[in-house]
Write a protein that binds this ligand. Structure first.
Ligand code: GDD
Ligand code: MG
Length: 347
C-alpha cells in the first residue's frame, strides 16, 4: 500500500516553535512527529510513502533517511511554491502510478485503524473515503455530513458556527482511488477541502465518511501539543516511549543521572544523559529531552523540554514548551501556555 503524507505547511499556529523547525520535526515525547507518523503507517501495512514537502524540507529528509531502512520506500515530493493540499497530492501522481493510495495530513496523531478503513472503502466501492472524528469545535476543521450508509452529502471547510450541522469532521486521512487525481489541475495551487471534495460530492462521485472513535488529535496549536503529550504519557494512545520504564509512568533514558532527593511524579520522561540535581521536582506530565540539565530545587510540571535545555536552580516551569538549547535562568518563573524557540534565554 502507498501513502502520501502532506508535510509542507508553514505550521504558523505553532509559532514560534516552527520558525526554524518544520512542524513535522517537532518532537512528540522525544521522537519527531513525522517519525511517529511513518512508524504508524508502516505498522498499518504501508510500504511506500511519499512525503510532500515544501517549507524546510531538509531536516525531514535527513532524519527519516537515517531512521528507516530500505524495507520502507520513502520518496520526497518537492514543491517550489505551496500547491495546497490537492496540488501536493497531484504532485505525487507519478509515485501513485495509477494505484489506490492513502493520503494524510502530516499533523494528525491518531490510532485510527487503517485496515478497517480500507475494508469500509472496498465494501462501498468508494472512490474517496474520508476518516471522520468527533470534535468539540468543528469551526476549526472541515465538517462532513453523511447519510446513514456513510455517503457524504456535504463537505464544508472551516464553517462558521451558524453553518455547523454536525460535530463529525474530516480527520485528514483519506483513501483515494487514482482517478481522483484527475480532478486536480497540475502545477497550480488547489485545495482538497475547499475545491476537490465539495466538487466531487456535487458531481456524484462515490465519497464516503468512515466514522471512528479511535484516538485522534491534530497538532495545530501549542495547547494541542501539550494535550497530545498528556495523552501519550497517560497511555490514551499506545506509542513507543524512548528510555526504560523504571516504574509505572517513569521513563528514563540511558546515561541519565537523577539525584536521590529529586521527586519524580509520574507520568514523566527523562531523555538520555539528563542531569537532575538535588531537591528538583519533575512532573506530573513532563518530558525532558536528551541532555537536559536541571539545577537544584527547580520545579517542572506539564512541560515539554526539547534537547539540550538547561534549567537554573529554583526555576519554576508550568505549561511551557522550551525549544532546543534554551536556557532558563535561576529563579525564573514561567507559567501559562508559552513556547520559546531554540536558544532562548528565559529570565
Ligand atoms: N505539501 C504541502 N503543500 N503540504 C501542505 C500545504 C501545501 O501547500 N498546505 C498544507 N499542507 C499540509 C500541512 O503541513 C498539514 O500537515 C496538512 O497539509 C493540513 O494543513 P493545515 O494547515 O494543518 O490544515 P488545517 O489543520 O487547518 O485543516 C485540515 O486538517 C483538519 C484536520 O486536522 C483540513 O484538512 C481540515 O478539513 C481537517 O478537518
Ligand atoms: Mg492542521
Amino acid at each position: 500500500m502507498k501513502a502520501v503524507v502532506l508535510v509542507g505547511g508553514f505550521g504558523t499556529r505553532m509559532h514560534p516553535l516552527t520558525l526554524h523547525v518544520p512542524k513535522a520535526m517537532v518532537p512528540l515525547v522525544n521522537v519527531p512527529f513525522v517519525e511517529r507518523l511513518v512508524t504508524y503507517l508502516s505498522r498499518s501495512g504501508v510500504d511506500e510513502i511519499g512525503l510532500s514537502v515544501c517549507y524546510l524540507p531538509d531536516p525531514i529528509r535527513n532524519h527519516l533517511s537515517r531512521r528507516f531502512d530500505r524495507n520502507l520506500r520513502l520518496h520526497y515530493l518537492h514543491e517550489d511554491q505551496p500547491l495546497g493540499t490537492a496540488g501536493a497530492l497531484k504532485n505525487s501522481e507519478s509515485m501513485v502510478a495509477g494505484q489506490r493510495f492513502l493520503a494524510l495530513n502530516g499533523d494528525v496523531l491518531t490510532g485510527i485503524n487503517l485496515r478497517e478503513m480500507m475494508d469500509f472503502h472496498l465494501q462501498r466501492n468508494s472512490q474517496i473515503t474520508i476518516a471522520l472524528t468527533p470534535v468539540e469545535n468543528p469551526t476549526a476543521y472541515g465538517i462532513v455530513e453523511t447519510e446513514a450508509d456513510g455517503r457524504v452529502v456535504r463537505f464544508l471547510e472551516k464553517p462558521t458556527w451558524d453553518q455547523v450541522t454536525t460535530n463529525t469532521i474530516n480527520a485528514g486521512i483519506y483513501i483515494l482511488e487514482p482517478e481522483v487525481l484527475k480532478l486536480i489541475p497540475a502545477g497550480k495551487p488547489c485545495s482538497m477541502e475547499r475545491e476537490v471534495f465539495p466538487q466531487a460530492v456535487e458531481a456524484g462521485w462515490r465519497v464516503h465518511g468512515f466514522p471512528t472513535d479511535d484516538y485522534w488529535i491534530d497538532l495545530g496549536t501549542l495547547e494541542k501539543y501539550l494535550v497530545a503529550h498528556r495523552d501519550l504519557l497517560s497511555g490514551r494512545l499506545a506509542v513507543d516511549i524512548p528510555g526504560d520504564q523504571v516504574t509505572e509512568g517513569i521513563w528514563i533514558g540511558p546515561g541519565a543521572e537523577v539525584d536521590p532527593s529529586a521527586v519524580l511524579e509520574p507520568p514523566i520522561v527523562l531523555g538520555a544523559q539528563c542531569r537532575v540535581a538535588e531537591g528538583v521536582r519533575v512532573g506530573p506530565y513532563a518530558v525532558l529531552g536528551d541532555r537536559a540539565v536541571v539545577e537544584e530545587k527547580a520545579t517542572i510540571r506539564d512541560c515539554v523540554l526539547w534537547d539540550d535545555v538547561s534549567v537554573g536552580s529554583r526555576a519554576m516551569l508550568k505549561d511551557c514548551i522550551l525549544g532546543s538549547s534554551c536556557i532558563v535562568k535561576a529563579g525564573a518563573t514561567v507559567e501559562g501556555v508559552r513556547a520559546f524557540p531554540h536558544h532562548t534565554t528565559v529570565e
